[in-house]
Design a binder for this molecule. Structure first.
Ligand SMILES: [Ca+2]
Ligand SMILES: [Ca+2]
Ligand SMILES: [Ca+2]
Ligand SMILES: [Ca+2]
Length: 341
């Protein structure tokens, strides 16, 4: 009886000590999936090998297919986890070779990890800034298309379903009737809704706003671009003299060519647009002396008024009133009066 027991013990210990069985996997292929935006360290699948030798310590290693170090395995447990950035758009699948070894012997299996697409790319516009020019005060064919924006989505296997919208100058979300611009939410066509004034004192030469594109039908990610609409000037402002009346002193018995006053007019149109704000000065109603000569002259370019004759006599004429005209290149005029004493 005692002999039988000792034999049994001997056999059991002898098998345990001898590491003569390799580890093995139940399956030659394991499959798992993981979202492309999953966090680093997230465990995707745990694949364990078996070993008939009870005391064998199995260690796991990925030996092939791990492009860019996207995954890693916990050596002791076989837990495969995310170790680097994943991107469905660049690689949809990894085929890992997983090796289990017990120091002496090893075996391997294949672990295929499918990368699942998520909406991780916002729509991107063709360009960061769209710019166009329209003519100010144009009231024909409104609403009128001024430009079209286009955004594309990097999530190639998803239906982008992009929705466009605007914010910024000239776009009133609360009261669309007050808006000057609008966008077709599906085509990206931007329209001007009203005639726009370029000029001072209340106009604006450039309208700047932002266009957005949101994917997933307006419940996804958002991309944006700037939109600039420049207004081309038309000559719709006449020159004007900023002061109500101009007065100055005329020296008695002075020589001809003495400066009396400078009258400068303002034109709110664009000085760089043709001659819309290029002014020429003239005297519309002059005075004559006793010899029938015009008394005053004005420099066409500068508006400087000077005497054209000499020897004015205060006793003969104590006050002179002349009417000065400023005219822009389009023929619009402003007039004012100069009184000289
Ligand atoms: Ca997307
Ligand atoms: Ca994606
Ligand atoms: Ca003008
Ligand atoms: Ca103008």
């Amino acid at each position: 009886m005692s002999i039988f027991i000792s034999v049994t013990k001997y056999i059991r210990i002898g098998i345990g000590d001898k590491n003569d069985n390799p580890p093995y996997f139940d399956q030659s292929l394991y499959e798992a999936e993981v979202n492309e935006d999953e966090d680093i360290q997230h465990t995707v699948i745990t694949v364990t090998a078996k070993d008939k030798d009870e005391s064998s310590r199995i260690r796991y290693e990925i030996t092939q297919g791990n492009m860019g170090g996207a995954f890693a395995v916990k050596n002791e447990t076989g837990a495969i986890y995310v170790a680097g950035p994943l991107d469905y758009e660049s690689r949809k699948e990894y085929k890992l070779r997983l090796v289990a070894s017990d120091n002496l012997n090893e075996n391997h299996t294949t672990v295929v990890i499918h990368i699942k697409d998520v909406n991780d790319n916002p729509p991107i516009f063709d360009r960061p800034t769209y710019e166009t020019q329209i003519t100010e005060e144009d009231d024909r064919n409104l609403p009128k298309k001024v430009l079209q924006v286009t955004a594309t989505d990097g999530d190639r296997d998803r239906t982008p379903d992009i929705v466009y919208f605007l914010t910024g100058q000239g776009v009133d979300d609360q009261d669309p009737a007050n808006s000057k611009f609008a966008i077709n939410t599906t085509t990206g066509e931007i329209y001007v809704l009203k005639p726009l004034d370029r000029d001072l004192p209340h106009g604006r030469s450039q309208w700047r706003f932002t266009v957005f594109a949101e994917d997933e039908g307006g419940n996804g990610l958002v991309g944006y671009a700037d939109v600039l609409v420049n207004l081309k000037d038309i000559n719709d402002n006449a020159p004007f003299f900023p002061y109500a009346i101009y007065t100055g002193n005329v020296t008695e018995n002075g020589t001809a060519g003495m400066t009396v006053m400078t009258m400068t007019a303002t034109d709110y149109d664009d000085p760089n647009e043709g001659t819309n704000a290029r002014l020429k000065y003239s005297i519309e109603q002059n005075q004559v002396n006793e010899n029938g000569e015009l008394i005053f002259t004005i420099d066409e370019e500068t508006g400087v008024i000077s005497t054209a004759v000499c020897c004015l006599d205060r006793e003969t004429n104590p006050e002179y009133t002349i009417k000065v005209v400023a005219m822009d290149g389009g023929g619009l005029k402003g007039t004012n009066v100069f009184k000289g004493r």
